[in-house]
Design a protein around this ligand. Structure first.
Ligand code: SAM
Length: 191
């Protein structure tokens, strides 16, 4: 019943690394068509009675409504106006978890697509500095390549633990990997 098989990657990562909990406020970046959000509604209990979480999905594309989730459709995550909308919608203006499965339209030039996606994730890490609570978790997809160390280094400055994750549900021949950063440091002054 998932909108897309990418749901199984998130389920697999969460099963092993325990990043989602009831009551969490989660931002799902690049959320269309909404399969990760479907997983999140269940994991954070956004339709429950107790420990009720909050799921906010954001995408350039339109995302069809989903019970238990709030969506910002047709919004660019590299645009500061989108960041302001996210802060306004989040309870107390803070997130416990930020996830990104964003992917730009591939040009077919591997190194260029890699660099663009790393750039988008770097800007998301910077935004996380203002919206992710201390101790919060961050997960992003990148296409591995020459600039992967840029994003890994920045995560290492701002989180206690950084891991590279390759879910089995992600095809082995694909360059796609996930970077998991746990426990956001409380002092995120740029250095
Ligand atoms: N995790 C989603 C799911 O389970 O349904 C699938 C995400 S799909 C692989 C990648 C998404 O990233 C696309 O829908 C695309 O529109 C979105 N995207 C790419 N660049 C974006 C940007 N700058 N801002 C917001 N969304 C973006």
């Amino acid at each position: 019943h998932y909108r897309c098989r990418s749901a199984f990657k998130l389920l697999e990562i969460d099963k092993e690394h325990k990043i989602l909990h009831p009551g969490n406020r989660v931002v799902d970046c690049g959320a269309a068509p909404g399969a990760w959000s479907q997983v999140l509604v269940d994991k954070v209990n956004s339709l429950g009675q107790e420990s009720v979480g909050f799921v906010l999905g954001v995408d350039l594309l339109r995302i069809a409504p989903l019970e238990g989730a709030v969506f910002l459709s047709k919004c660019d995550l590299t645009d500061p106006a989108t960041h302001r909308k996210i802060i306004d919608l989040l309870p107390s203006g803070q997130a416990d978890v930020i996830l990104s499965d964003m992917a730009p339209n591939a040009s077919g030039i591997k190194e260029l697509d890699h660099q663009r996606l790393v750039g988008m994730c770097l800007s998301l890490v910077d935004f996380s500095g203002t919206v992710l609570r201390p101790g919060g978790n961050f997960l992003c997809k990148i296409w591995d390549g020459g600039e992967s160390s840029l994003i890994r280094d920045r995560l290492q400055q701002r989180f206690q633990i950084v891991k590279t994750v390759k879910p089995k549900a992600s095809r082995t021949e694909s360059a796609e990997i996930y970077l998991l950063a746990k426990s956001h440091k409380s002092n995120n002054a740029p250095n």
